[in-house]
Design a binder for this molecule. Structure first.
Ligand code: FUB
Length: 320
């Protein structure tokens, strides 16, 4: 296990290998003085840095500020978890940000280099909502996974339409699903209506809202291992990173188990990536900030599969 940026607070890592080098796209936490609440107002981030490494034990290069709230034309507040995808030599950053009406939308920004800087478009992606975009390339198609409960506003929508007022399912109601949509050829819009990412149990039944040790909350990530699709996510209020597997990028995905037990802090968030023949889990915790939930620190640790492709559970370090 290694803390990657000891001099600053970085969280929510999205991680990719571009041109043989490992690039990390985290949220940038800072002490903005906003009181903690269930809407996540204390995550009041205003810019992104990019980091890169050519060796997992080597130097972590900080490429500096690559996008700032003040330069995004449609911005209100709060730059949360971003991701970056590469197509035809161009790099596309996707970021959730509240607009001037305090509604989370997903924006896109473009660069010629993986380390940025990224130039934002004038408007958010049409039909986008909620948080935590994660983009996955498969056979030349790019899929965006997104969504998050509570402060992430997913409970304000059904069938991709805004409700009059939020409805959070409870108990035996079906859990809200994360969303997935294929991206357009120019990478700047959805090419289709976002679909539900259905997570089912071993009996083929969709997970219920009351099953909060298993159901989706936020922090989507997708990777492929031995031809299987691994959809991983945070359970939010039970603080677990879990995964479910399927046969194609849309799912359904069958719940498999816990990747990471709770860390010190409230949120847990991650990326899984293969680099130089080994698999890694990037995530965050609040140990260096003394448990201040809005000041999170970036970590990396090895990730292992058993002979059946099951991910071995990693201890997040929280003691009872
Ligand atoms: O960093 C703000 C939010 O906290 C992220 O978007 C969530 O995934 C959670 O980590």
């Amino acid at each position: 296990m290694r803390y990657l940026v000891p001099g600053d607070y970085m969280a929510d890592p999205a991680v990719h290998v571009f041109n043989g080098r490992l690039y990390i796209y985290p949220s940038h936490d800072w002490e903005s003085g906003i009181t903690e609440n269930d809407s996540g107002d204390h995550f009041n981030m205003k810019d992104y840095h990019v980091f890169s490494m050519n060796d997992i034990d080597g130097e972590v290069i900080d490429h500096g500020v690559v996008l700032e709230v003040k330069n995004i034309p449609w911005a209100g507040r709060q730059l949360w978890d971003c991701d970056v995808a590469c197509k035809n030599g161009k790099y596309y950053m996707y970021f959730p940000l509240k607009d001037k009406n305090d509604i989370f939308r997903i924006g896109a920004a473009i660069s010629d280099k993986p380390e940025g800087p990224f130039i934002p478009l004038d408007n958010p992606m049409k039909g986008s909502y909620s948080i935590d975009p994660a983009v996955f390339e498969d056979g030349g198609n790019y899929y965006m996974y997104f969504g998050g409960l509570w402060g992430g506003q997913l409970q304000r929508y059904r069938n991709n339409k805004a409700l009059e007022s939020a409805v959070l399912p409870e108990g035996s109601d079906l859990a809200l699903c994360p969303k997935v949509a294929k991206l357009s050829g120019d990478m700047l819009e959805f090419a289709e209506e976002p679909r539900d990412v259905l997570i089912i149990n071993e009996n083929g039944k969709p997970l219920t809202a009351g099953d909060n040790k298993h159901r989706f909350f936020e922090a989507s990530w997708m990777h492929k291992y031995n031809g299987k699709y691994y959809f991983s996510y945070s359970t939010g209020d039970t603080h677990l990173l879990c995964y479910a597997t399927g046969d194609n990028p849309y799912g359904p995905f069958t719940y498999q188990g816990v990747i990471l037990t709770p860390v010190v802090g409230w949120t847990t968030h991650h990326a899984i990536v293969e680099f130089n023949g080994k698999w890694y889990l990037f995530h965050h915790d609040c140990v260096p900030s003394g448990g201040r939930t809005w000041l999170r620190s970036l970590k990396v640790t090895g990730l292992q599969y058993d002979e059946n492709g099951a991910i071995r559970t990693i201890d997040g370090g929280l003691k009872d």
